[in-house]
Every structure is written in structure tokens, then in C-alpha cells.
Design a binder for this molecule. Structure first.
Ligand code: PLP
Length: 394
């Protein structure tokens, strides 16, 4: 890939220029786990597929270039990527973590990492006073989701990154929601980027994958060691599938973003909606930071209905939008975080943050925006009729 190319060109060309034998414009799936050694002490660069595998290597190189990092690592899921990163830490280490957070990351930290003596404090990572108040002599890293899933809280990556550097802490960013097309945390001062590539990078709700990108030789070597030693690597066919999805990332993100903004504005005015959480809206507290550090907005947002009794009938009446638990694909999905993605976060913590029984998360797909608005409109109206027995708002 030519460094001078725009990201749209880099994305479209993933794997297209790498196959020297046949010139195939799509990099093949090398379905091999072992590679012949030419002679004793010699290697083609590939020995055993857990360590390095050709199809995966093309994906990893592309991921590193897109995120402007030094090395990429493809994992069998986003959780596998997070686990690999967290295995850098040792007994007695402490992490500072975004308060509003994907539930699976919280579960990994609280139910598994604690067994190995690694602890975490959860704060608003945009508030340096809060970061300072929980920092301990054994703190090793700040882990940021920005925007957070599901409440869309925004953290200034540059500000936190320079605070972390002052204290010799690593900055790790989960960039799942924005992707390198809109935001590149390593350029803003982060050290490691993690993705659930199952989401926007893959983009079609058909491949489970994770990506890690590191900056600097030391971190890259350490991550290579962990990735190979832990073994939660991505298969050759899933690596291919992920690259195929990534080729259209730019087009999809543009449409996700424009659809999401139009629908968020529609919901803001809806009488059955109390609040919309989306950093692309000027009244969102993270609006300015988001605009400074990213060139666009994600395609998911959350909103609170005015009455929790609307939730069940809204989900039942949706026709085009599927009630399903993921995000980032071309199909629109609606999720109820309190009982799905965030069920593993204790209720008091969840509700203190704002993930309560009125909150719905909407992953806006690439369908026609009018069809999506019409579907929401009829589902909200049907829910109102059921709950209020047909009374009108006038
Ligand atoms: C922000 C974020 N990070 C990580 C993950 C975990 O990724 P995966 O489901 O691919 O294991 C998710 C999954 O929803 C997520 O939303």
C-alpha cells in the first residue's frame, strides 16, 4: 500500500497487490497449518500457522497500516483481542477503565482478570481529576472506549494519552465504533488499538474477529509473543472474509453515519423519546471533542423512551429493523442493553451510568433512511396504542 493513498484507496486495495505468483487480485486463502522449511535453519517466513499464516498476515499488515501503527494481530474475536492485550499485565497491576463500557470487557476484567490479581477502577476517562484520583503506584494503563457503548461518552484521546505518558502508563483504545476510517487513536497519542472486527470492519454480521494494532518495537514484539503464545488467532478463511468486508468500509461508514444522524434527529423530536445519545448532535457533551479527533461519526446511538413499558412492544413491532444483539453490520439491529449486551454489569453500576430499562441501542444499517424511519414510527405508535390504550398526544 502506498502511504500517500487516501484511506478509501487503501481499503479497496486490501490484499489486491500482495500475491506475486499468479497476480490474483484477491489474496488467496492459504489453508495450511505447516510450511515446508527449505533446509535446516531456513524458513520461508512461515513455519506454523498459529505463529504466522499468509492470509492472516496480509490482513494484519493492512490493519497496521490503516491504524497508522507498527504491527497488527488478527484474533478469533474482539474478546480474544482484549484478552490478549490484558495478558500483558501481571499480578498486582491496576488499570483505569472507561466507566461506560461494553459488558463483555467489564466481565473479562471483573470475573477473570481479578482471578490473576489484575484490578480495575472505572471512571469517566475524559476527566483528568477522576483519572488522577484513582491512579495508584501499581497503575499500568488507561483503557478507553470512545465513544462508549452504549452511552456514547466521548474521551479526548490526546489529552488522556499525554497524561498517561507523564505517568508512564499505556493508553489502550477500543476503536470498534469509529474504525480507522473515522478515528486513528495511535496518531492521537495512544499505544494500542483494539477492535471487535465483528462489527464495522467486517460489516456484514457474518464473521467473528478481533484486531490489535500496536505502536513501537517493544510493544509490537510483546504483542507478537502473547498472540502466538495464547493462540486466539483468526483462521485463514475468516481472515479472507474480514478483508473482503473491509474493502467497502468507507462506503458503508458514510452511509451508516448519514442514516444515523437523520434518524437521531427524528427521534429527538419524537414525543415518546426522552433523550438521544449521539455525539454527532450539537447538544451532546462530547460533540466538540468528537469533531476534533475524528473525521466522522459512528452509525450507532442509544435513546431512552419516555416509558419503560414501550420497550417490549416496540421491539415486537419492528419489521425492517431486527431485534438482535450486535452492531456495525449493513442490516439495522436494535438491542436492549440492560438485558443483553450489558447484563453482566451489576444493576446498580449500570443504572448509575444510565443504562436503565428505558434505554435502547440502535445500530443503524445502510438501508434507505425513509424505510428505517417509517419502521420506527409504526413500532413506536403501535407501542403507544398498546400501553396507553389508543389515547392521542393532543
Ligand atoms: C466496543 C466493543 N468491544 C469489544 C467487543 C467484543 O467483541 P466480539 O463480540 O467480537 O468478541 C464488543 C462486542 O460487542 C464491543 O461492542
Amino acid at each position: 500500500m502506498d502511504k500517500k493513498w487516501h484511506i478509501e484507496s487503501k481499503l479497496a486495495q486490501i490484499g489486491s497487490v500482495e500475491e506475486p505468483v499468479t497476480g490474483a487480485v484477491n489474496y488467496p486463502i492459504y489453508q495450511a497449518t505447516a510450511f515446508r522449511h527449505p533446509r535446516l535453519g531456513q524458513s520461508t517466513g512461515f513455519d506454523y500457522a498459529r505463529t504466522k499464516s499468509p492470509t492472516r498476515a496480509v490482513l494484519e499488515q493492512a490493519a497496521a497500516e490503516l491504524e497508522c501503527g507498527d504491527a497488527g494481530f488478527a484474533c478469533s474475536s474482539g474478546m480474544a483481542a482484549l484478552q490478549t492485550v490484558f495478558m500483558m499485565f501481571a499480578q498486582g497491576d491496576h488499570l483505569i477503565v472507561s466507566l461506560d463500557l461494553y459488558g463483555g470487557t467489564y466481565r473479562l476484567l471483573e470475573r477473570i482478570l481479578t482471578k490473576f490479581g489484575v484490578t480495575a477502577s472505572y471512571v469517566d476517562t475524559n476527566d483528568l481529576d477522576e483519572l488522577e484520583s484513582v491512579r495508584q503506584p501499581n497503575t499500568k494503563a488507561v483503557f478507553i472506549e470512545t465513544p462508549t457503548n452504549p452511552l456514547m461518552m466521548v474521551t479526548d484521546i490526546g489529552k488522556v494519552g499525554s497524561w498517561a505518558k507523564q505517568h508512564q502508563l499505556l493508553t489502550i483504545v477500543d476503536n470498534t465504533l469509529l474504525t480507522p476510517y473515522f478515528q486513528r487513536p495511535l496518531e492521537l497519542g495512544a499505544d494500542i488499538v483494539v477492535h471487535s472486527a465483528t462489527k464495522y470492519l467486517g460489516g456484514h454480521n457474518d464473521v467473528l474477529a478481533g484486531i490489535i494494532v500496536t505502536k513501537g518495537e517493544v510493544l509490537s514484539a510483546e504483542m507478537f509473543f502473547l498472540h502466538n503464545s495464547l493462540g486466539a488467532v483468526l483462521s485463514p478463511s475468516d481472515s479472507y472474509q474480514l478483508m473482503r468486508g473491509m474493502k467497502t468500509l468507507a462506503l458503508r461508514m458514510d452511509r451508516h453515519q448519514s442514516n444515523a444522524l437523520a434518524i437521531a434527529k427524528y427521534l429527538q423530536k419524537h414525543p415518546q423519546v426522552a433523550e438521544v445519545f449521539y455525539p454527532a448532535l450539537p447538544d451532546h457533551p462530547g460533540y466538540e471533542i468528537q469533531n476534533q479527533q475524528s473525521s466522522g461519526n459512528t452509525g450507532i446511538f442509544s435513546f431512552k423512551v419516555t416509558d419503560a413499558r414501550y420497550v417490549e412492544p416496540v421491539l415486537r413491532h419492528l419489521k425492517l429493523i431486527a431485534f438482535a444483539e450486535s452492531l456495525g453490520g449493513v442490516e439495522s439491529l436494535m438491542t436492549y442493553p440492560a438485558v443483553q449486551t450489558h447484563a453482566d454489569i451489576p444493576v446498580e453500576i449500570r443504572e448509575a451510568v444510565g443504562v436503565d430499562d428505558r434505554l435502547l441501542r440502535f445500530s443503524v444499517g445502510i438501508e434507505h433512511v425513509n424505510d428505517l424511519i417509517e419502521d420506527l414510527d409504526q413500532a413506536l405508535e403501535a407501542a403507544r396504542t398498546e400501553v396507553e390504550g389508543g389515547e392521542t398526544h393532543e
